[in-house]
Design a protein around this ligand. Sequence first.
Ligand SMILES: C[S@@+](CC[C@H](N)C(=O)[O-])C[C@H]1O[C@@H](n2cnc3c(N)ncnc32)[C@H](O)[C@@H]1O
Length: 270
Amino acid sequence: MDYADAADYEVFRRKVMMLTGIDLGLYKSQQMQRRIRSLLDKVGAATFAAYGNILQRDSEELKRFRDHIMINVSEFFRNPEKFKELEKKILPELLRNSPNLNIWSAGASNGAEIYSIAMVLDDIAPRGYHKLLATDIDSGAMAQALAGVYGALDVRNVSKDRLAKHFVKEGSSYVISPKIKSKVQFKMHNLLADRFERNFDLILCRNVVIYFTDDAKQVLYGKFRESLKDDGILFIGGTETILNSRELGFASTSPFFYRRAPLGKEAAAL
Ligand SMILES: C[S@@+](CC[C@H](N)C(=O)[O-])C[C@H]1O[C@@H](n2cnc3c(N)ncnc32)[C@H](O)[C@@H]1O
């Protein structure tokens, strides 16, 4: 990228920060620019700065922009074999320590992930007072989660029993039951800017950090660690790995599951 391009993107970055609170500097620059360029082409903007001006005066385009850069793909029981492990091993272990679990789906998109957890808990620990929090930066995704209406592809990994028990079929759609919906609290939250709640037994952050810079990821994982109880678990996406997990204070229990562990100095003092 030459100097003029970099300066153009920087002006745009600042405008987006002002309009949305999203700092594009914390997302991988090349991938993000490629995604945004397709929007420039659609509206005929010659530069990022010109597109920024359009975003400032056109709230519809601003919404389109937010939806486009935040990729919302999700589904129930995504990576079913990992959800099996969660159901058969991870959650039962956590439940032995505390019968009422505190769980956070961070970057929850349309809610399919946290509703999957709610269904599992309804089967394996129905008497617990579990706290299930789902957050996302994208208001469209949160609205979809609250509506709880899904298509056949979204529910393709849901067992027949759970489909019958927790959904109502309306035409070609599947609507989540009020019982499961009532178990989850949804909130707007920017993982790169907002305050984190604490005391979680389990945090799911899956398929969210793919576009974050390495530095932003390191800070984020550090904050997740702080938000977990001792021995709490971080569950990440099926294409992700935390390379320096020990340094960050995590022990890898099996692929995609990390347990909070003492940090270097804490470990040495034990
Ligand atoms: C691909 S979806 C993942 C949904 C779900 N976790 C899963 O694995 O099926 C990624 C979500 O991350 C959200 N996201 C991206 N950047 C974010 C940020 N800075 N703070 C919170 N959510 C963010 C997007 O809005 C999107 O809904």
